[in-house]
Design a protein around this ligand. Structure first.
Ligand code: ATP
Ligand code: MG
Length: 258
């Protein structure tokens, strides 16, 4: 279970980008986060895997408080959080297998990784997962020889090789054509069920969010203003999530403060 309580993130001395945010994700649900550009979706994901430091608040993953972890403990916790990126973040000149095995970094000794001496069970697991997502025949191809959809499948397998307890995806389909985008969303949904994994996806495509996710979280200027099943996301909710200006929101903040 991921349990976020009263999370605040402020970059430097600016206004908070996340404002006392609460979010709990249980079980193997697939949750999408929607909202205008700048709403704080990426910041939320980055706070969870500590790519950015939360200003205050609590983020618990299966009972472990993530916000206070340092050093070795932080690295161990990060392994439990699989991350899928819009730009795939593959190493182009490495093969698919090498990219996928980099998900095991932190589990195997550095020398073994450098020598590409992967444990047999990791190779087996990689083939299982690559088979599952349809890229096993590309194992020895260089990553830069693949199409976008294939590259994102590599990204997904690499994240799953970490044996994560949660999967976070920041606009995983934004660089893909519509059909491939749907395939990747379907894949993420199916894998969540098969691996009993909660998945949190930032996405701009609301139609896909409705089709492929169980729950939609709508963010506006650092707050969650909608959190419900896709069928509840009507026009009024959409207008609230996507309307307004940062200026309007500041006046709301001032009202709250006074
Ligand atoms: N490293 C940073 N330093 C300062 N401000 C930042 C930083 N990263 C993000 N911000 C600001 O925080 C706010 C939220 O940004 P964030 O990237 O989380 O939004 P987003 O919802 O993911 O937007 P998009 O849909 O465009 O990806 C924006 O106003 C942005 O300018
Ligand atoms: Mg973003």
């Amino acid at each position: 279970m991921l349990k976020i309580t009263d999370l605040v993130k402020r970059y430097g001395t600016g206004n908070p980008v996340l404002k006392s945010l609460d979010l709990t994700i249980e079980g193997e649900s697939v949750v999408s986060v929607i909202g205008s550009s700048g709403a704080g979706k990426s910041t939320l994901l980055r706070c969870i895997n500590r790519l950015v430091e939360p200003t205050s608040g609590s983020i618990e993953l299966n009972g472990t408080e993530l916000t206070s972890l340092r050093g070795r403990e932080l690295r161990a916790a990060r392994r439990k959080i699989g991350m899928v990126f819009q730009g795939f973040n593959l190493v182009d000149r490495l093969t698919v297998m090498e990219n996928v095995q980099s998900g095991r970094l932190g589990y195997i000794p550095t020398w073994a990784a450098v020598m590409r001496r992967y444990p047999k069970k990791d190779i087996r697991r990689a083939y299982e997962l690559m088979e599952r997502v349809g890229i096993a025949h590309y194992a020895n191809k260089r990553a830069d020889e693949l199409s976008g959809g294939e590259r994102q499948r590599v990204g997904v397998v690499r994240a799953l090789m970490q044996d994560p307890e949660i999967l976070l995806a920041d606009e995983p389909t934004a660089s893909l054509d519509p059909k491939t985008s749907e395939q990747i969303m379907g894949l993420l949904r199916d894998l969540a069920g098969e691996l009993k994994l909660p998945v949190l996806i930032n996405i701009h495509n609301v139609t896909e969010a409705k089709i492929y996710t169980d729950r939609i979280v709508g963010m506006r200027y650092g707050r969650i203003i909608f959190d419900d099943t896709p069928d509840k996301l009507d026009q009024e909710a959409m207008d609230q999530i996507y309307s307004g200006s940062p200026h309007a929101d500041r006046s709301e903040d001032l009202k709250e403060a006074s």
